[in-house]
Design a protein around this ligand. Structure first.
Ligand SMILES: Nc1nc2c(ncn2[C@@H]2O[C@H](COP(=O)(O)OP(=O)(O)OP(=O)(O)O)[C@@H](O)[C@H]2O)c(=O)[nH]1
Ligand SMILES: [Mg+2]
Length: 325
C-alpha cells in the first residue's frame, strides 16, 4: 500500500491502518524509517490534536484498573480513547499492556478504544521515539484522549511526561504516616496526583495520604503553567469508580486554562525541542557503536593506557579522524 493511502485511511479513523502504521514506526529498517517519516509529515500537516495524558505509578498501584475504568467512563461520554505504554524493562516480552489486555477486558472490546502495548525495544530511547510516533498516529486517527502508561521505576516517567500534555501520578494509600518514597523530581513533574484505592478499609489511609501529598505539593515552587490550586492531589477508587469523573473534570479545567493562556502550545513546542535534543544526542552516541568506531576506541585506549597519548589528545583524535567531527 502506498504511504499516502495509508495516511488517508488513518485520517478516516481506520483502525487496521492505524495498527499497520504503528508497526511501521516501530520498525528500525532503514526503508521503513523513511516511509514512517513521510507518513508522519503527511499527518502532521493536518494538525489534529488529542489530549495526551501521561500516567505513572509503581507496580500494583492500580494503573491497569484505573485505565480500564477511566477509559470506559470517557468512551461512555462519546470520546475515543487510545492507550499506549512505555515499558522501561526491555526484558519483559511484549510490554506490560499486552498481558493487560486481558485485564482491560471491557476496554479492549470497546469500539471507541484502542490499546497498543509498548514496543519491545532494547533501550528507552528507542521506545520513547516509537511511542511518541504512535501518539501522533493516534491523534491523526481522531482519538480524543491518549493515555500513555508507564510503570514508575526511574527514567521512564520523564519520557512519558515529556510526551504528555498532562502528567498524572497514581499513588497507593501509605501504610504508616510517612510519605512514600516518591522522588522529588517525580513530584515536580506531576500535574495531578491521584491516591487510588480510596475504598473500604483503605479509605482512612487514602485520606491521610492524600492530605500529606496535598501539603507536599503546596511546598513545591509555583510553576507558571499552573492556575491556582494546581498541582492537585485527589482521591479515587479505580475499583469502585469513585472520583473518576471529578478527576476528569479537574484535568479538563487544567487543560482549558493552559490552552487559554498559551501554555498548551508552549509545552508542546518545548517538548519538540527536548526530543530534538535527545535525538541528536542519541544519534551521536550511536556513532560510537559502529564496528569501525569500536575498533578505533580500542586502539586509542591501548595507547592511552600505555601513556603514549593523553586522554584529551586521544579523544580529539577519535572525534576528528574516526567520527569526522
Ligand atoms: N481496593 C482497591 N484495589 C484496587 C484498586 N485498583 C486496583 N486495585 C487492585 O490492585 C491490584 C493491582 O492492580 P493493577 O491495576 O493490576 O495495578 P498496576 O498498577 O496496573 O500493576 P502493574 O501492571 O503490575 O504495574 C489488583 O489486585 C487490583 O484489583 C482500587 O481502586 N481499590
Ligand atoms: Mg498494569
Amino acid at each position: 500500500m502506498r504511504i499516502q493511502d495509508l495516511g488517508d485511511k488513518i485520517l478516516k479513523g481506520d483502525r487496521r491502518a492505524l495498527a499497520r502504521a504503528i508497526t511501521l514506526v516501530e520498525s528500525s529498517r532503514q526503508d521503513h524509517r523513511a516511509e514512517a517519516a513521510a507518513l508522519l509529515d503527511q499527518l502532521r500537516a493536518v494538525g489534529r490534536q488529542a489530549v495526551r495524558v501521561g500516567l505513572s505509578g509503581t507496580p500494583g498501584v492500580g494503573k491497569s484498573t484505573f485505565i480500564e475504568a477511566f477509559g470506559m467512563m470517557l468512551t461512555g461520554q462519546g470520546l475515543r480513547v487510545a492507550v499506549l505504554a512505555v515499558d522501561p524493562s526491555s526484558t519483559r516480552s511484549g510490554g506490560s499492556i499486552l498481558g493487560d489486555k486481558t485485564r482491560m477486558e471491557r476496554l479492549s472490546r470497546d469500539p471507541n478504544a484502542f490499546i497498543r502495548p509498548s514496543p519491545s525495544q532494547s533501550h528507552l530511547g528507542g521506545v520513547a521515539r516509537r511511542t511518541r510516533e504512535a501518539v501522533e498516529l493516534c491523534e491523526a486517527a481522531g482519538f480524543d484522549v491518549i493515555l500513555i502508561e508507564t510503570v514508575g521505576v526511574g527514567q521512564s516517567e520523564t519520557v512519558v511526561a515529556e510526551m504528555s500534555d498532562l502528567f498524572v501520578l497514581l499513588l497507593a494509600p501509605a501504610g504508616g504516616d510517612e510519605l512514600q518514597g516518591v522522588k522529588r523530581g517525580i513530584m515536580e513533574m506531576a500535574d495531578i496526583i491521584l491516591v487510588n484505592k480510596a475504598d473500604g478499609d483503605l479509605k482512612p489511609a487514602a485520606t491521610r495520604t492524600c492530605s500529606d501529598y496535598a501539603g507536599a505539593l503546596r511546598l513545591l515552587r509555583k510553576r507558571p503553567q499552573d492556575p491556582e490550586g494546581f498541582p492537585k492531589a485527589m482521591m479515587v477508587s479505580a475499583q469502585t469508580e469513585v472520583g473518576l469523573a471529578e478527576a476528569w473534570t479537574e484535568m479538563q479545567a487544567l487543560i482549558d486554562w493552559r490552552r487559554e493562556n498559551g501554555f498548551w502550545d508552549r509545552r508542546r513546542a518545548d517538548q519538540a525541542l527536548y526530543w530534538f535534543d535527545q535525538e541528536v544526542r542519541q544519534a551521536l552516541l550511536a556513532r560510537l557503536e559502529t564496528g569501525e568506531a569500536k575498533a578505533a576506541m580500542a586502539e586509542l585506549s591501548a595507547r592511552v593506557a600505555a601513556g603514549d597519548i593523553s586522554p584529551a589528545g586521544a579523544a580529539e583524535a577519535m572525534l576528528r579522524e574516526h567520527l569526522r567531527m
